[in-house]
Design a protein around this ligand. Structure first.
Ligand SMILES: CC(C)(COP(=O)(O)OP(=O)(O)OC[C@H]1O[C@@H](n2cnc3c(N)ncnc32)[C@H](O)[C@@H]1OP(=O)(O)O)[C@@H](O)C(=O)NCCC(=O)NCCS
Length: 328
């Protein structure tokens, strides 16, 4: 068995900012209410001509450059997204073509906000078995296309962006590695966060559009409770499996959903806030992109250093949840 490690990361945020003050003008809310309840001040929104694969390509180019690699070195692409360019073909195929990669294995993965952790785990398996050497794992979303900007429960939360990591086979002498991932799903709670229409159950029709069922529908309070519970459980499982006490973890990188959710996790563990990466104030919730953006920003600004222990913990629609413990 081989070991895998994060070789490099990259991310992309579109230029346009949507501030809480902008949202004040769209729905019955205040900038203060949004900040107090979510920790979000602004989020980024795709330009009308930008699509998810464009975000992926921008993030991937950075990661390739930082790894001193070319698109030809990539053996496989996974794009974690719920807002792909199309239902088919997959966004990963668009990325393969736009980057100019060989005709490699490329697919999208649908696990909403847990998508990056799910994808990281799949990449890890393909490297462990020796099947592939270099895998591009991307989380990317243009959630602004499925958010109802008349619904104050949801439009305050979500933003657009992409983050990625190149996962590579670790050499014998390298101690960087992914130790383990732990992935879960509970479909009985799927109704708490869903996109009701646009799939085989409810195809787009005039009636669907009139009822605005093509947008995200969320039971915020229930999601909140389940988020805190699963983030904690997944993080605990990763630590227990690897017999590593929390004190040894240098950075917790949780899914960026809401600062109050992160604070509840911090309180549960008694972990210093300085050891928790947060981008929520300027990105909002970017679903599958949230963890790789947070990871990339903390690596590029020098907070996360080689050799440090990183714990990723995520939850999302599904309900899905998962964690990964790794040494960067
Ligand atoms: C959405 C969320 C911020 C709402 O905060 P909350 O403290 O739970 O607020 P409540 O739902 O209790 O709502 C309190 C009141 O504020 C109102 N309200 C909701 N959104 C509002 C807004 N943007 N501005 C002002 N008032 C708002 C509600 O309608 C409610 O009014 P009511 O009591 O008259 O019905 C919070 O539930 C949340 O973040 N949940 C998790 C969502 C999430 O992370 N989703 C993604 C998962 S990957």
């Amino acid at each position: 068995m081989y070991r895998s490690r994060i070789r490099s990361t990259g991310s992309y945020l579109p230029e346009k900012k949507l501030t809480n003050q902008d949202i004040e003008k769209m729905v019955d809310t205040t900038a203060e209410w949004i900040y107090e309840r979510t920790g979000i001040k602004e989020r980024r929104i795709a330009a009308p001509n930008e699509v998810t694969s464009d975000f992926c390509v921008e993030a991937a180019k950075l990661a390739l450059q930082r790894a001193n690699m070319t698109p030809h070195d990539i053996d496989m692409i996974i794009v974690a997204t719920v807002t792909g360019d199309h239902v088919m073909p997959s966004t990963a195929c668009m990325v393969q073509a736009k980057l100019g990669c060989r005709p490699i294995f490329a697919f999208d993965l649908s696990a909403a906000c847990t998508g990056f952790v799910y994808s990281l785990s799949i990449a890890d398996q393909f490297i462990k078995t020796g099947f592939y050497k270099n895998i591009l794992v991307i989380g990317a979303e243009v959630l602004s296309r499925i958010v109802n900007y008349k619904d104050r429960n949801t439009c305050i939360l979500f933003g657009d962006g992409a983050g990625c990591a190149i996962i590579t086979r670790a050499e014998e002498h390298e101690d960087s590695q992914i130790f383990s991932s732990h992935l879960y799903a509970d479909g009985l709670l799927g109704h708490l966060l869903e996109l009701p229409a646009g799939g085989s159950k409810l195809p787009i029709s005039q009636e669907v559009l009139e009822q605005e069922l093509q947008y995200i529908n969320m039971k915020g309070k229930e999601i909140f409770k389940n988020a805190v519970r699963t983030l904690v459980e997944c993080a605990e499982t990763a630590l227990k499996t690897n017999n590593i006490p929390l004190e040894q973890v240098d950075w917790l990188v949780p899914h960026q959903a809401n600062m109050r959710i992160t604070e509840a996790v911090i309180k549960h563990f008694g972990i210093p806030t300085e050891k928790v990466v947060s981008t929520i104030d300027y990105t909002g919730n970017t679903s599958g992109a949230s963890i790789p953006i947070a990871l990339d920003h903390a690596i590029t600004d020098g907070r996360i250093k080689r050799g440090q222990l990183i714990l990723l913990s995520a939850f999302g629609a599904g309900l899905t949840s998962g964690s990964s413990l790794l040494r960067y």
